[in-house]
Ligand binder design. Structure first.
Ligand code: HEC
Length: 79
């Protein structure tokens, strides 16, 4: 998966929930929704995605993603 771009990972996995299907899942580019999340710090966001958070499964369901892959996707989708 390392060769995959953050956008490709997002489209394949994260967008299943983060593109409006689940209201509580912040959408790409929704700065108002991301602001309070980013305020927690990106390390916390990464930990929460790795472990799973609320209804989001561990690794956001991208089981082949590395930690760095997920870090890249979070950076990509939170802006
Ligand atoms: C099964 C649905 C689902 C999938 C798939 C999913 N998410 Fe989420 N995600 C959610 C929901 C729902 C929330 C909001 C949870 C809450 O705040 O109650 C969330 C929250 C987040 C947050 C904020 C966490 C925080 O601490 O506030 C990040 C970052 C995130 N997702 C990243 C990702 C990434 C990256 C992927 C793909 C690799 C992904 N998600 C895939 C449902 C999903």
């Amino acid at each position: 998966m390392a060769a995959q771009t953050p956008e490709a990972i997002y489209q394949q996995t994260c967008s299943v929930c983060h593109d409006g299907q689940i209201a509580s899942a912040p959408r790409k580019g929704d700065t108002a929704a991301w602001a309070p999340r980013l305020a927690k710090g990106k390390d916390v966001l990464l930990e929460n995605v790795l472990k799973g958070y609320s209804v989001m499964p561990p690794k956001g369901m991208c089981f082949s993603c590395t930690k760095d892959d997920l870090k890249g996707v979070i950076d990509w989708m939170a802006h």
